[in-house]
Design a protein around this ligand. Structure first.
Ligand code: F6P
Length: 545
């Protein structure tokens, strides 16, 4: 199918016109007109319930958005991804994270070769290793069992593992410590190893490329720390370092035996890798069985995305709604608000997933886009956010679509806590949608001068995602839901959601600046006057010449 440029797809101008027609329509009116709306505009699949009724959409909006999806070739794009086509055009790579969670008996081809057996071979090796560490059979250099696991990685090699560890902490080994070092700021490493015995510490160096500046700097510091603590015996590293990477050559060059390396493949993007060997720390924390349950959850959502009609397809609906607000209402952000303390790192994880994927300014064939692409994703767990930034969402001048995420059953049922927590989810979405009218405010006896301050205009959209309980499987479903929503958005915008060239320039400039900061005498500087002056001031402040 030949896909036209975005503005030429018939649904695009139709949506522009339609938005003008319904811009003044309120959620109050929409709900009054249709008493069944709350049940009608909701979908349940793979155990995930999505209520999207509190969005500023009519049946016509949804019809046009679904048309846009068809006219954008979404069906063909989904098939192309699952087929292993090289849809990451700028890096000439397939995008097959769905293969990471395919069941053993599935077949997924990459360059004519079934990758599923390799995926499971790595998973089996990971499981064997995780079991040995968890049981104490894998011992440190001095014969002590491993009590501390430190993942060293950054971006996709950190955010997924740290998010998953926090999310699944309830299922994790409580007699072991799991820490995560990502920042090149030495404080991150220093604090992570504070109070730890090197003889009981295992480092997992996680890096797809094994060349990332931050990760390699931290890995070298970790090796120095370990050797200093274990009497300088080089042989100690073999029992205390394992690697997760696609780059066996660099792993060996660092000094890690490739027998202790867990591989993955160039068809797994960094931000789509938490379910690959990059999840080794997760697997050690929660055990292979729970890890496999998480993969099964991912897979269930993959199957839903692949097969469900778009009108009942959770990631497609969420992706289309994000496009609707981003491109037709000028909304610049999406707030993700998990009412689940264990998901405290979920918004940070989503920031890379969404913004590194869809923060693009050219189409797949290199033309400058003339519409907005990826919105800014951000958020914090509820109810904490309510006492901080929700004021702006309720009464500020910006439109901020929100995703509320909640679970029906608490992992830590304590008295009235969970009902109180959930009452806040429902109260917030209700308040955002329907607000409080002038009459209501006045009826409360509010003096006239105070009325404008206490008014809530409402009409502020939200999705509510309700699941049964936070388990490894539901976590997998939730992550896959957002992965595929990102894919849907990227397909509509005709961008490459799987490259990340935007991070390169800063990396290259930092490499140039490092020697300028470390030079014993003042180097000749050829940056702009601001950067030159900052470098000189820094050198002076730190006592260099
Ligand atoms: O800087 C961006 C990035 O390339 C991310 O896409 C990636 O997740 C991260 O760096 C880490 O890369 P690596 O796993 O190769 O160390």
């Amino acid at each position: 199918m030949k896909v036209r440029t975005l503005r030429r797809r018939p649904a695009w101008p139709a949506l522009t016109k339609h938005q003008k027609e319904i811009a003044k329509l309120t959620l109050r009116q929409l709900f009054d007109q249709d008493p069944q709306r709350g049940e009608r505009l909701a979908v349940e699949a793979a155990g995930v319930y999505l209520d999207y009724s509190k969005n500023r959409v009519t049946d016509e909006t949804l019809r046009l958005l679904l048309q846009l999806a068809e006219q954008s070739g979404l069906r063909e794009s989904i098939d192309a991804m699952f087929r292993g086509d090289k849809i990451n055009v700028s890096e000439k790579r397939s995008v097959l994270h769905v293969a990471l969670r395919a069941p053993r008996d599935a077949t997924i081809l990459h360059d004519g070769h079934d990758v599923v057996p390799e995926v499971h071979a790595v998973l089996d090796r990971m499981a064997g290793f995780a079991d040995r560490v968890r049981s104490g059979a894998w011992q440190g250099h001095t014969g002590k069992p491993i009590r501390n696991v430190i993942n060293i990685g950054i971006g996709g090699s950190d955010l997924g593992p740290v998010m998953a560890y926090e999310a699944l902490r309830h299922y994790s080994r409580r007699d072991m410590r799991f820490r995560f070092v990502s920042n090149v700021d030495g404080t991150d490493f220093a604090e992570a190893v504070h109070g730890l015995d090197p003889a009981e510490t295992l480092f997992i160096v996680s890096s797809k490329t094994f060349t990332t500046l931050e990760t390699m700097t931290n890995a070298h510091t970790a090796r120095d720390w370990l050797l200093a603590g274990l009497g300088g015996e080089q042989a100690a590293t073999a029992r205390h370092f394992v690697a997760v990477s696609t780059n066996a050559q660099e792993v060996a060059r660092f000094g890690i035996d490739t027998a202790n390396m867990f591989g993955f493949w160039d068809w797994v993007g960094g931000r789509y890798s938490m379910d690959s060997a990059i999840g080794l720390s997760t697997m050690i924390a929660v055990g292979p069985e729970n890890f496999r349950a998480m993969l099964a959850g991912f897979h269930e959502m993959d199957q839903h995305f692949r097969t469900a009609p778009f009108a009942r397809n959770l990631p497609v609906l969420m992706g289309l709604l994000a496009v609707w607000y981003n491109d037709f209402f000028g909304a610049q952000t999406v707030a993700v608000l998990p009412y689940e303390q264990y998901l405290k790192r979920f918004p940070a994880y989503l920031q890379q997933l969404t913004m590194e994927s869809n923060g693009k300014h050219v189409t797949r064939d290199g033309r400058l886009v003339d519409y907005d692409t990826g919105p800014i994703y951000w958020g914090e767990p509820g109810t904490n956010g309510q006492h901080s930034f929700y004021q702006l969402i309720h009464q500020g001048t910006r439109l901020i679509p929100c995703d509320f995420i909640a679970f029906a059953r608490a992992l830590n049922p304590l008295g009235r806590h969970h009902d109180t927590l959930l009452s806040n989810v429902f109260a917030q979405t209700e308040a955002l949608a329907f607000g409080k009218t002038e009459d209501q405010v006045k009826a409360e006896g509010t003096p006239d001068w105070l009325v404008p301050h206490r008014l809530f205009d409402g009409n502020r959209p939200s999705n509510t995602i309700l699941l049964d309980q936070l388990t490894p499987a539901t976590l997998g479903k939730l992550v896959a839901l957002y992965e595929h929503s990102v894919f849907t958005q990227g397909t509509i915008w005709q961008i490459d959601s799987f490259d990340q060239w935007g991070v390169e320039l800063g990396k290259a400039l930092a490499q140039k600046i490092i020697p300028e900061l470390e030079a014993p005498s003042e180097p000749a500087l050829s940056h702009d006057s601001s950067t030159n002056a900052l470098i000189r001031r820094y050198r002076k402040l730190k006592g260099a010449s």
